[in-house]
Design a protein around this ligand. Structure first.
Ligand code: PTJ
Length: 252
């Protein structure tokens, strides 16, 4: 559908069109549209902007990613569709592989997403076919399958838009989890070491900019970014920011 740029909700409508195309192209599942709708509701509560708590979480996450031994970025259908190019750029900046990890896994879909990311310039895409030969204990869905070269042996896993089961299982497996989730109440948000409560469309470019600024920082400075970070407290701030934003509507 041709959208009029002057429409007040142009950006939101354009994202929806992009996602509908991603479903038609076999990158995203229809269920991903429902997940996106839930995200949109929380995005409203944030005033559709990056809040101070999200910026703090981004700095802490950047510190963790830049000091990690073996960081891995997990990619599902929604992430590929929304921020495919940006996630490829982030992976190259931090020297991390991308790993396809799907809730609704089919060989056709994992290949499509891997090919899509490779076409966008990704150096390596793990988790495809026989590559995903390891299993994370305690996950009922196909998301339990991981690549021993990737998430299987990672110390830090970056999980934009995740479901709670796997986030909790990765945590139990001793991995440091960085999540992007618009819902501060989700199990993923609660399980992660660092949760960026923001739209992945804003969060990944912000992360790229932050990492760009910190590329030459000392390890001491990078560690200081996350040493005092408290995810529980930061999530409480994110909820307060939503309440404050909604309060502004009541008072107007
Ligand atoms: O591609 P697949 O097969 O792996 O499936 C992907 C989905 C997203 C369908 C699957 O992982 C799923 O069902 O996820 P959930 O459990 O619905 O969780 C998605 C979370 O992401 C929810 O808490 C949403 O609020 C949040 N979310 C949705 N859109 C965005 C978002 N968070 C950040 N940015 C968004 N744009």
């Amino acid at each position: 559908m041709k959208l009029d740029r002057r429409h007040p909700r142009f950006h939101s409508l354009a994202v929806r069109e992009k996602l509908v195309r991603a479903v038609a192209d076999g990158i995203m599942v229809p269920q991903g549209l429902i997940a996106h709708g839930r995200g949109e509701a929380f995005n409203y509560f944030l005033g559709e902007k990056t809040t101070p708590s999200a910026s703090r979480a981004t700095s802490a996450a950047a510190g963790i990613l830049l000091t990690a031994q073996h960081p891995v970025i997990s990619v599902n259908g929604n992430t590929a569709a929304l921020v495919g190019s940006e996630i490829v750029r982030l992976a190259s900046m931090i020297g991390a592989p991308l790993e396809v990890n799907l809730f609704h896994r089919t060989p056709r879909r994992e290949n499509r997403i891997a090919r899509y990311l490779l076409n966008l310039g990704a150096k390596e895409v793990l988790g495809v076919g026989k590559g995903a030969s390891m299993t994370i204990r305690g996950v009922a869905s196909s998301r339990r399958r991981t690549d021993p070269k990737g998430i299987g042996t990672a110390d830090v896993v970056f999980i934009p838009l995740e479901d709670g089961d796997r986030a909790e299982a990765l945590k139990r497996a001793g991995k440091t989890i960085i999540a992007v989730d618009l819902n501060p109440l989700s199990r993923t948000s609660q399980a992660a070491s660092v949760t960026i409560v923001d739209d992945v469309v804003r969060a990944i470019p912000n992360m790229i900019a932050t990492i760009g600024k910190l590329k030459k920082a000392s390890r001491g400075r990078l560690r200081a970014l996350y040493r005092k970070f408290d995810n529980e407290q930061n999530l409480a701030h994110a909820i307060q920011e939503m309440i404050q934003y909604l309060g502004g509507w009541i008072n107007n």
